[in-house]
Design a protein around this ligand. Structure first.
Ligand SMILES: [Zn+2]
Length: 349
């Protein structure tokens, strides 16, 4: 069953607008939706997170295999095998570039400076810059990396960031955020991938897909989505779901930015997006194969408050009530928005 827009004939709207009277204008003012603060969403539910993880795991099995290896390593080494300093610098280099470029930059840096002491002692910044050039923004990154290792050496007496392991998540966030180049997302990645903590980093892919799934509002920022999703996503699927969404966002035409995935299937085909099934029954798939919630579409199409009044008047109470229930249970929008949107229900087989 799908809920469709009530498309009001334009001609009728025009005629009515022309014959508008003072009384009607007053009544229009009355039904104008009040702006209230949006209620916090209770989505995604644990089930939705697990369903998305399972669905995406079937499509991208190598992601989970890679994570299984990661978990095995954590278990065998009690999380102490990889150097935190290496991981942090590596994560700093991974921002705004491809994985291939950041990996190449880190290898080149380590080749030229096998010890972090050498980076801290290096006065000629251009040498560090040259070693990481492939990742881009070399000048800024080189300065930040050298500043990081110099500060750690000054404060700890040695260039080791192992002291972070004994800190709480909150303490680590506070400690790392004072370094330039370590933003909330980078720190979240360090917590998840290096320290094996329960974290759900939100990058551009995670944000975009979460918005499409109505897990966060379309107006959500990375920061607000991070706070919300970290609360909602169950700890045991955080690692897999994060990695799956990132990978999926790079491969799927429906979920990539502007419908242009970074790594589309090589044979020219398009992935059959399993996330479309996770959308509520009140969602539609548009001509481009991208999905949008019906309510979002309605929001865009609503032209004037007069439309609300007119539709409210002509739509039966039962239909409005049912539409309200469907919208509120599946899309979790604020009551004002749902209440002011009248829909006509149609059964599409
Ligand atoms: Zn997709």
């Amino acid at each position: 069953m799908t809920v469709q827009l009530w498309n009001k004939p334009k001609a009728k709207i025009k005629t009515e607008t022309k014959s508008k009277t003072k009384t009607e204008t007053k009544s229009k003012t009355k039904i104008k939706p009040k702006k209230r603060k949006a209620q916090p969403s209770n989505r995604p539910t644990s089930d939705e997170c697990r369903l998305a993880t399972t669905a995406l795991s079937s499509l991208h099995p190598h992601v989970v295999q890679q994570n299984d290896e990661r978990r095995k390593t954590w278990l065998e080494s009690c999380g102490r095998r990889s150097s935190i300093t290496d991981s942090i610098v590596s994560t700093m280099l991974s921002q705004n570039t491809t994985e291939a470029n950041s990996t190449a930059a880190f290898s080149s840096l380590k080749q030229m400076f096998p010890e972090w002491e050498q980076v801290a002692d290096c006065d000629d910044i251009s040498t560090i810059e040259a070693s990481i050039r492939v990742a881009g923004l070399a000048k800024t990154r080189a300065q930040r990396i050298r500043e990081l290792v110099r500060t750690v050496r000054e404060e700890q007496g040695t260039i080791s960031m192992e002291y972070l392991r004994d800190m709480t998540d909150g303490e680590i966030k506070q400690e790392l955020s004072r370094f330039k180049g370590l933003g909330p997302k980078t720190i979240s990645c360090v917590l998840l991938f290096t320290l094996g903590r329960d974290e759900f980093p939100v990058d551009t892919h995670v944000l975009r897909i979460s918005q499409k799934l109505n897990w966060v509002p379309s107006s959500a920022t990375r920061e607000s989505a991070y706070t919300h999703l970290n609360e909602m996503v169950p700890s045991d699927v955080k690692l897999d779901l994060h990695c799956l969404l990132v990978t999926h966002g790079k491969h799927c035409h429906s979920c990539a930015a502007n419908g242009r995935p970074q790594f589309p299937p090589k044979d020219g085909s398009k992935l059959k997006c399993p996330l479309a099934n996770l959308l509520s029954s009140s969602s539609v798939i548009d001509k481009r194969g991208e999905f949008e919630s019906v309510v979002e579409k309605k929001r865009i199409k609503m032209e004037t408050n007069r439309n609300y009044a007119d539709i409210n008047r002509t739509t039966s109470k039962a239909v409005k009530q049912e539409a309200y229930m469907i919208c509120s249970s599946t899309l979790k929008l604020e009551a004002d928005v749902i209440g002011s949107i009248a829909v006509k229900q149609e059964v599409i087989r």
